[in-house]
Design a protein around this ligand. Structure first.
Ligand SMILES: NC(=O)c1ccc[n+]([C@@H]2O[C@H](COP(=O)([O-])OP(=O)(O)OC[C@H]3O[C@@H](n4cnc5c(N)ncnc54)[C@H](OP(=O)(O)O)[C@@H]3O)[C@@H](O)[C@H]2O)c1
Length: 324
């Protein structure tokens, strides 16, 4: 089993490395991690050559152009990394019988739905980033259409935090520096731990011997239980840091809720990007069949762990490592 992980220096790439490093890998399993220095994904030839040279059985694409606001002025690069590169990876996988894991975003939705988004809901991205990730999803789906022998999963996730820069770490830094913070409270979503995301991804596709197990190809919403706003997430992170004994200038009561319209950014964000995770839960418990659409009626009533407990654990780990 030859596993190739793209995006080794990103939050999710690092989470995969930590997860694989924590496991006993059998001798016949080779895992290679690829970063920008090894292969610039905007170079299609370099990517194709790398795939041919390494001949992976499982490709995990944790790379992406994730600079949501910068993407508004870097359209070509966003589409090269978020659409063209995954399309090439999917083509390789479909032609060589490999399995492909890809990641997408809540920003494929426009946020206009009042309830929870399910996998089959219409995509209508508001930003270039969202459009490029949408194009990536569609390209991967099209490559695998009518291919019976290969498998793919696109995990749509949201508000990811892990080893790297992210919203939680920004809020903690600001709470150390300032007496008062202002944070958007009219955008709802589900914060997702990169470590947890890597774990559920592998649980879907690999057995304990690191062999590919049968799973239903397609899109899965991969988020924990519960929901919040950016303001709710900031308050939870700051409270968790205080609980961990970190001295902060801004306490949760000093975090003022504001409207997104009061904090304009180059890229529009969906007001509601809550994604129901029932399909992934069913698949992990063996209850999802190719013909089943029972998850379509389901909400995010989850057996998965709740987002706030995971944020608390993450912040307490940051505190232990002296990273706040
Ligand atoms: N972060 C979020 O809040 C969020 C939300 C929803 C969905 N997602 C999705 O979740 C997945 C993982 O996100 P993440 O937070 O782990 O992202 P991340 O931390 O930004 O990591 C992305 C990685 O992709 C690499 N990359 C970008 N352009 C490249 C290029 N031209 N050639 C080679 N590598 C390149 C980056 O390399 P460098 O380190 O060299 O820049 C970086 O290591 C992505 O598909 C993302 O779209 C993320």
């Amino acid at each position: 089993m030859n596993i190739l992980v793209f995006g080794k220096d990103g939050q999710l790439g690092k989470a995969f490395k930590a997860l694989f490093d924590s496991q006993t890998i059998t001798k016949n399993v080779v895992i290679q991690y690829v970063g920008r220095a090894d292969c610039d994904l905007s170079d299609a030839n370099a990517l194709s050559n790398l795939l041919l040279k390494t001949s992976p059985d499982l490709i995990i694409n944790a790379s992406a152009y994730t600079a949501v606001d910068k993407a508004e002025n870097n359209v070509e690069m966003a589409f090269a990394i978020n659409a063209r590169a995954p399309e090439l990876m999917a083509k390789y996988a479909s032609e060589h019988g490999a399995t492909f894991l890809h990641y997408s975003t809540d920003y494929v939705f426009d946020g206009g739905k009042s309830g929870w988004y399910i996998e089959s809901d219409e995509r209508n991205p508001l930003s270039i980033y969202g459009k490029s990730k949408t194009a990536g999803e569609i390209a991967v789906e099209e490559v695998f259409a009518n291919v019976a022998s290969s498998h793919f999963a696109i995990f749509r996730t949201s508000w990811v935090y892990g080893a790297g820069g992210n919203f939680i770490r920004t809020m903690l830094r600001l709470a150390k520096e300032r007496d008062e913070l202002k944070v958007v409270h009219d955008q709802r979503g589900v914060p997702t731990s990169a470590d947890w995301l890597a774990k559920v991804s592998l649980a879907l596709v690999l057995d304990s011997q690191f062999q590919i197990k049968p799973f239903t190809s397609g899109i899965y919403h991969a988020v924990p239980a519960g929901e919040t706003t950016w303001h709710g997430l900031a308050c939870a992170a700051v409270q968790a840091a205080l609980d961990a004994g970190i001295a902060l200038k801004a306490k949760p009561g000093c975090i003022k809720p504001i409207l997104a319209a009061e904090y304009p950014l180059p890229a529009l964000r969906p007001a509601n990007s809550r994604m129901a995770n029932r399909k992934l839960q069913l698949a992990l418990s063996g209850g999802l069949s190719d013909t089943s659409n029972s998850y379509n009626q389901a909400q995010n009533m989850s057996n998965f762990p709740a987002w706030d407990g995971m944020v608390q654990q993450y912040v307490s780990q940051l505190a232990k490592e002296g990273l706040i």
